[in-house]
Ligand binder design. Structure first.
Ligand SMILES: Cc1cc2nc3c(=O)[nH]c(=O)nc-3n(C[C@H](O)[C@H](O)[C@H](O)COP(=O)(O)OP(=O)(O)OC[C@H]3O[C@@H](n4cnc5c(N)ncnc54)[C@H](O)[C@@H]3O)c2cc1C
Length: 593
């Protein structure tokens, strides 16, 4: 068990601190989700290493990058279209530091596999500084995975090596282009064409939102000639930005978009005019493809290869939401401890206490669902159950954590009063950046529809229900949790009834309720996972802090208190404020009522 953090009034701001040392809940989650001692020591080494790197180095640079974002130098002085992006050095220095420290490939850095929870924790730390940089480097890791799995080694091996390099002078970056002018949700309407050219392809078309546009290799959707309309006719292709001689690969950046936030990462509009491309799915040797009569360009599964990358990115975007949420809490806790009004620190006032506690409770809830996605294959009853839990929990976590982050950033900004709205304080950028994440990699509606697809196609909700029951069953016997367990169990029963109704509901009604259902699933899952963590903390440390968090979450999100809770005598937010927000131990007896 770690000691309670110092009074936040001792700190001027979040920047300059070790963000791992200041976040005992992160080490708690590593303890909980990384039980193997060798893996836990590995986690400590590397997540610990990133705490000061991010808080002291990456975060201050991110503020500078936001003030002067990238620009497009489209033509050289001879008039050739070079599409050069000119970056602030704060951006390039931070990327180089992250690459060098194994952020894109901890495996390359450490020479051993990294548990998914550890990689997620690095992403969580970096997101607190700058989600834009995670956008670019996260897609780099995703592109390496897709190329490794689906492209023949003769073409893909060198790309993968460079995408996973920890030498910034040799390392490549990746991007993904799905969206076209006519639609991002409806990628089945894509018109970019791929024409076969021997073992290679040529790609023609316009892509309308291309982030990390000056990366070195892109995973894109295009329709092979002869393939049917709709999403099943799409193929996933790998397109390097340059040809081996350094000239552009039929690749031209029309312009950079002027964005509300995530300023550091350049998002452009791109024309592909005969760009050389390789098909993802061509990984099986041609002889095997010939014998099995596989046509990887038109096998109807091209979109699935892209969706593997999209699902990885959705998980990354959920973590971006968590990062902004954590930064919002952290900055607000420090500011509220340092600011006085009416003769008192503002964090002495009940309304401010409640604001800070609820920022933290919702953050820990979001972390429970997101970390479960990373750990599901171990925590579920078997690998297939884990896959199904992850299948449905990733869109739920992305929906939940990105939406919560917008609210968290807005709430924290207001804790700063008028200063919060000013560009020289940290919250205005966080609020601008947060708004992007509900849209990237699928809007909230599209995620609700994806949850529905996971239910109808794979019955993934049943695996999630089983996991929730397992979490609740493991927690019975702790008196301090009994009310919370009852509340979560009742939400789980509601979720089961809702799923049964939705199976036979008219299609339009099922779609109408799909967001409500996704919210219910997210709430119930977070409640169950918090309860499980609370039981674990009680057993290991005799500490009821997580039980307090679970109780507060359940009473706010899962229960319907009479008189809107106004007559509820619970004083937890006032009396346990310090140990809650400074991560101190709480006695069970303090929570007994
Ligand atoms: C900063 C930024 C960077 C981006 N970078 C990239 C990138 O690198 N690569 C890339 O491919 N894309 C990128 N995108 C595009 C992003 O993925 C799309 O904007 C997003 O998927 C939504 O697509 P759209 O903009 O076409 O909106 P639309 O699809 O037109 O959606 C508009 C609205 O309609 C709703 N809607 C659509 N269909 C349905 C339905 N069936 N039921 C209910 N509601 C529906 C949506 O939820 C949304 O609210 C980026 C976007 C932003 C903002």
């Amino acid at each position: 068990m770690t000691a309670m953090l110092p009074d936040y009034a001792e700190f001027e701001q979040a920047m300059g601190l070790d963000w791992y040392a200041m976040d005992p809940n992160l080490s708690f989650l590593l303890d909980h989700y990384v039980p193997d001692p060798a893996d836990r020591a590995f986690a400590e080494d590397h997540v610990g290493r990133f705490g000061p790197l991010v808080g002291e180095v990456i975060a201050p640079r991110a503020e500078e990058t936001d003030r002067k974002g990238p620009t497009l130098r489209r033509y050289d002085r001879w008039g050739y279209d070079i599409g050069e992006i000119v970056h602030n050095t704060t951006w390039t220095d931070s990327k180089a530091d992250l690459v060098r420290n194994g952020f894109v490939s901890l495996e390359t850095y450490a020479g051993r596999p990294s548990p998914a929870v550890v990689t997620a924790s690095l992403n969580y730390l970096v997101s607190q500084a700058e989600t834009a940089i995670l956008c670019g480097l996260g897609m780099t890791a995703g592109a390496a995975d897709i190329i490794e799995r689906h492209v023949e080694p003769a073409v893909g091996d060198d790309m993968v090596r460079r995408l996973r390099s920890i030498d910034p002078t040799d390392a490549w970056e990746g991007g993904m282009f799905l969206t076209e002018r006519q639609g991002g949700s409806d990628v089945g309407a894509n018109t970019t064409k791929a024409v076969q050219d021997g073992d290679e392809w040529r790609v023609f078309g316009d892509k309308h939102f291309c982030s990390n546009v000056d990366a070195d290799v892109f995973v894109i959707l295009a329709r092979p000639d002869g393939a049917p309309a709709g999403s099943r006719g799409l193929g996933t292709f790998i397109v390097p930005r340059h040809l081996p001689d350094g000239s552009p690969n039929g690749f031209s950046i029309k312009r950079l978009k002027s964005k509300l936030g995530t300023i550091g990462v350049p998002t452009g509009e791109v024309t592909l005019d005969g760009a050389r491309a390789w098909l993802a799915g061509s990984g099986a040797p041609p002889a095997v493809q010939a014998v099995q009569a596989i046509d990887p360009a038109r096998d109807g599964r091209g979109i699935n290869r892209m969706m593997e990358m999209v699902n990885g990115s959705r998980f990354g975007v959920a973590i971006m939401g968590l990062g902004i949420h954590r930064r919002s809490f952290f900055e607000a806790a420090i500011y509220a401890a340092r600011r006085s009004q009416f003769g008192n620190r503002i964090d002495a006032y009940p309304l401010v206490r409640e604001t800070l506690v609820d920022l933290l409770v919702d953050l820990e809830a979001g972390m429970s669902a997101t970390y479960e996605c990373a750990a599901a294959e171990r925590t579920a009853s078997d690998a297939e159950a884990g896959r199904l839990v992850r299948r449905i929990l990733v869109p739920l976590a992305k929906m939940r954590c990105t939406r919560m982050a917008v609210g968290a950033a807005s709430t924290a900004l207001e804790v700063f009063g008028g200063n919060g709205y000013m560009a020289d304080w940290p919250m205005a950028r966080q609020l601008r950046d947060a708004q992007c994440h509900t849209i990237w990699e699928g809007t909230e509606n599209i995620l609700c529809i994806d949850v529905r697809r996971a239910m109808r196609g794979e019955q993934a909700h049943l695996a999630l229900f089983t996991r929730m029951e397992q979490a609740l069953d493991a927690s019975v016997g702790h008196k301090v949790l009994s009310t919370t367990i009852d509340t979560v169990a009742s939400a789980l029963a509601d979720a089961r009834s809702a799923a049964t109704y939705l199976e036979s509901a008219p299609d339009d009604m099922a779609l109408l309720h799909s967001r409500r259902f996704a919210e219910l699933l997210a709430d119930a899952s977070e409640g169950a996972l918090l309860v499980e963590q609370a039981a674990w903390a009680l057993e290991r440390d005799g500490d009821a802090r997580k039980a307090a968090v679970a109780r507060r979450f359940a009473s706010r999100h899962l229960a319907t208190p009479p008189v809107r809770g106004i007559t509820d005598p619970d004083r937890m937010v006032l009396d346990l404020f310090e140990p809650l927000i400074r991560y101190g131990a709480i006695e069970e007896s303090d929570l007994a009522a």
